[in-house]
Design a protein. Structure first.
Length: 89
């Protein structure tokens, strides 16, 4: 009986860890914010990033990839628009 209880506890603990990890998953907006702060490997920070976005040297897809997110065209365009909008403010 102890073995069954331990196995059930291990499964419940694993499920809790998985749920916690997915609760803190990055979004495309988070990726844009991290990029703007210069906190993504291979992506320049604020002023250089703005110039690189405008000059198409860095794309939304590059930022999503650097953040470890799945790259798709919709999210890539969203990231670029967030960064362009921040440049106007």
């Amino acid at each position: 009986m102890k073995l069954i209880t331990r196995a059930a506890s291990a499964v419940a603990f694993s499920a809790t860890l998985f749920a916690s990890a997915s609760a803190f998953a990055l979004t495309p907006f988070d990726a844009a914010t991290l990029a703007q702060r210069g906190q993504l490997e291979g992506i320049p920070g604020y002023e250089v990033l703005q110039s690189d976005i405008q000059g198409r040297r860095v794309t939304g897809a590059d930022i999503l990839e650097a953040a470890g997110l799945e790259v798709n065209s919709s999210d890539a365009r969203f990231v670029e628009s967030v960064l362009r909008d921040n440049d106007r403010n």
